[in-house]
Structure formats: C-alpha cells, structure tokens
Design a binder for this molecule. Structure first.
Ligand SMILES: *[C@@H]1O[C@H](CO)[C@@H](O)[C@H](O)[C@H]1NC(C)=O
Ligand SMILES: *[C@@H]1O[C@H](CO)[C@@H](O)[C@H](O)[C@H]1NC(C)=O
Length: 167
C-alpha cells in the first residue's frame, strides 16, 4: 500500500503534467490562428507646425485612427497593446520612429474601434527635418497571451507627408 504522501505527490505530478500539456496545446493552437487585422489612419488636420526655440521641429496632428484587430483575439489572448508610430528617414538615421498614440485593448469586443484624437505624444524631430517630410504611419501591436510567448506585428500605412512650410 502506498502512503498518503506518495499518493498526494502522484496526484500533484499528474495535475502538473496535465497543466503543462494544456499550456502547450494552448500556445500551439494560438500559433495556428492567422490574424488578418486591418487599420486605416486619416490625418484630419495639421493643428500647428513649428520650429521650437531650441531648434527642433514639432507638429500637432488630428487623427482618425480606425482598426479591426478582432481576429487577433483567441481564447488564449489576455490583451493587446497597440501603438501608432510615425516612421521616416533622415540623413542621419534610416529609421526615425515617433510614437504618437497607444492603447491597451482588453477584449475582442473592444478590438474594432475608431478614435478621433490629437497625437497623445509629441511628434518632434531631433533637428529640423520635418518640412515636406514623407512618412509612414505604422500600427504596431504586441499580443499578450494568457500562456505562451508574446508576439508582435504591424501594419505599415505609407504615403503621408507634412507641409513644406511651418504654420
Ligand atoms: C473616423 O473613421 C471612421 C471609420 O472609417 C468613420 O466611421 C468615422 O466617421 C470617422 N470619424 C471622423 C471624425 O472623421
Ligand atoms: C515606409 O513604407 C514603405 C512601403 O512599405 C517602405 O518601403 C519604407 O521603407 C517605409 N519607410 C520607413 C522610414 O520605414
């Protein structure tokens, strides 16, 4: 006859094994989900565009950000972190990335949205490179699962540009 301690241990080991198998299946089935998110951003207005006293360009934009990220949500998704970045090239750097807005999407019901907003974070260049600058708006996301690895992706929306003159 097995002692009580031995049996408790066997039950615990079994439970932990089941849990590990479930977690593996959870993250595997997550990998099988191929999300097809969509996003669209319209620059509704250039509120102002200036060279700051210390010499850096800064612009204030009003944006309409719309996205449908519902396909990213599986039963294993805890939440999704998203941020919108302006990305552009300068002589000094092949990639300048300025975060303009971010948010946390807690559930599938909230994953289809549009938001009318000015840039939440400052759109400032390290220099005076923004006049006439072409830029991309890129929606980046990080999916935080309940179990398994976090994964990230993005949608690049090219073809935006800033005015030639400060205003
Ligand atoms: C923002 O975009 C959404 C989706 O394209 C649209 O339904 C909505 O009317 C727009 N809002 C504004 C203020 O432009
Ligand atoms: C902007 O997007 C275009 C098209 O996807 C890409 O070729 C270009 O490298 C992007 N620019 C930057 C600065 O990321």
């Amino acid at each position: 006859m097995h002692s009580f301690g031995y049996r408790a241990n066997a039950v615990l080991t079994f439970a932990v094994t089941i849990l590990a198998v479930m977690c593996t299946i959870a993250s595997l089935s997550d990998n099988l989900n191929v999300p097809s998110p969509t996003a669209d951003v319209k620059v509704l207005n250039i509120n102002w565009f200036q060279k700051q006293p210390h010499g850096n360009d800064e612009v204030s934009l009003t944006l309409n950000i719309s996205a449908n990220l519902q396909s990213m949500f599986t039963w294993n998704t805890k939440q999704v972190f998203v941020f919108l970045a302006a990305e552009y090239e300068t002589q000094q750097n092949s990639l300048n990335q300025v975060s303009l807005w971010d948010g946390i999407i807690p559930s599938k019901e909230h994953a289809k949205f549009w938001i009318h907003t000015t840039n939440k974070y400052r759109f400032t260049d390290q220099g005076s490179n923004l006049r006439g600058k072409e830029f991309n708006l890129t929606l980046h996301w990080h999916v935080m699962p309940k179990t398994g690895k976090m994964f990230a992706g993005k949608i690049v929306m090219p073809g935006y540009s800033l005015p030639e003159e400060y205003r």
